[in-house]
Design a protein around this ligand. Structure first.
Ligand code: GLP
Length: 262
C-alpha cells in the first residue's frame, strides 16, 4: 500500500488526476476504470476535465463502470448516480456513451442486473484502475460494515449512518434517501488491477486509521485493501489526524524517496 499525504484536498485531487491521466495515456488501446460518486472525487473529475479541455487527454478509449446506484431512482432523477456522473464528469469529456456502465436501480430484476454487471466487467477484461472514496465508517462503494469481504455486485441495505451522511444531497431529508442500493462487492474491487482511494477531511480520519493501521475486518471494508497488491490512498493532512505520528512519518519518508511501498 502507498499512502500519499498531500497538503490539502486540491493537491490530493491534482495528484490523483495526474496519476489517472498517466494511466489512461499509457493504455492507448483500452483503459477500464471503476468510478465513484460523492464529494471526494469531484476535484479529480474537475482536473481530468481540465486536462481534456487543454487537449492533453482523450477518453475515447476509456470504458467505465460505476460503483453503485440507489434502488428506485431512475437514471434522470436529480440525485441518481447516473445524473451525478453525467452532470459532473461525462458531459464534459469525449467518452463514448456506450462505454459508460452504471447499475440500473430501477431494473425489474435487480439480482439479474447485478449478475449481468459482473459478467459485463469480466467480458470487458476486468477493471484496470478502480477509483474510490471512503465512507466515514470505512465503507467502500456501499459495502457497509459487516459486508462480506468476498462479495460481488448485489443489493445492500444502507445503514442509518450512511443515510444521514448522504441526506445532504437530498435537501437534508434522511427520509428521502433510498434505503437500499446496488453496489459492486468488495471482491469486485479487489479484482481490479489497481485501486486508488481519495480521502479528505477530519471526518474521515478514523476510517483512514482503521484502513491503514487496523486489522483486516468486515467492520471496515476498506481495510480489505491491505490484501491488494497495488493500492494507493491519497489523502490530505486533516485525514491523517488519527494515524500514529510514526505511520505518517514512515509514509512521508518513503514517498520522498519515491520508492513504492506496495
Ligand atoms: C457513499 C458512496 C461511496 C462514497 C461515500 C463517501 O456512501 N457510496 O462511494 O465513497 O459515500 O462520500 P463522500 O465522498 O461524499 O464523503
Amino acid at each position: 500500500m502507498r499512502l500519499i499525504i498531500c497538503r490539502n484536498y486540491e493537491q490530493a485531487s491534482a495528484w490523483s488526476a495526474q496519476y489517472i491521466a498517466n494511466r489512461i495515456m499509457k493504455q492507448k488501446e483500452k483503459c477500464v476504470l471503476g468510478l465513484p460518486t460523492g464529494s471526494s472525487p469531484l476535484g479529480i473529475y474537475k482536473e481530468l476535465i481540465a486536462l481534456h479541455r487543454a487537449h492533453v487527454l482523450s477518453f475515447s478509449h476509456v470504458i467505465t463502470f460505476n460503483m453503485d446506484e440507489y434502488v428506485g431512482l431512475s437514471p434522470d432523477h436529480p440525485q441518481s448516480y447516473h445524473r451525478f456522473m453525467w452532470d459532473n464528469f461525462f458531459n464534459f469529456i469525449d467518452i463514448k456513451k456506450e462505454h459508460v456502465h452504471i447499475l440500473n436501480g430501477c431494473a425489474s430484476d435487480l439480482e439479474k442486473e447485478c449478475a449481468e454487471y459482473e459478467a459485463c466487467i469480466a467480458a470487458t477484461g476486468g477493471i484496470d484502475l478502480f477509483l474510490g472514496g471512503m465512507g466515514v465508517d470505512g465503507h467502500i462503494a456501499f459495502n457497509e460494515p459487516g459486508s462480506s469481504l468476498t462479495s460481488h455486485t448485489r443489493i445492500k441495505s444502507l445503514t442509518t449512518d450512511t443515510k444521514y451522511a448522504n441526506a445532504r444531497f437530498f435537501g437534508g431529508d434522511i427520509h428521502a434517501v433510498p434505503s437500499t442500493a446496488l453496489t459492486v462487492g468488495v471482491a469486485t474491487i479487489m479484482a481490479a488491477r489497481e485501486v486508488l482511494i481519495i480521502v479528505s477531511g477530519h471526518s474521515k480520519a478514523r476510517a483512514l486509521q482503521a484502513t491503514v493501521e487496523g486489522p483486516v475486518s468486515q467492520m471496515c471494508t476498506l481495510s480489505c485493501l491491505q490484501m491488494h497488491a497495488k493500492v494507493i490512498i491519497v489523502c490530505d493532512e486533516e485525514a491523517t489526524d488519527e494515524l500514529k505520528v510514526s505511520t505518517v512519518r514512515y509514509f512521508k519518508d518513503i514517498e520522498s524517496k519515491n520508492i513504492s511501498a506496495s
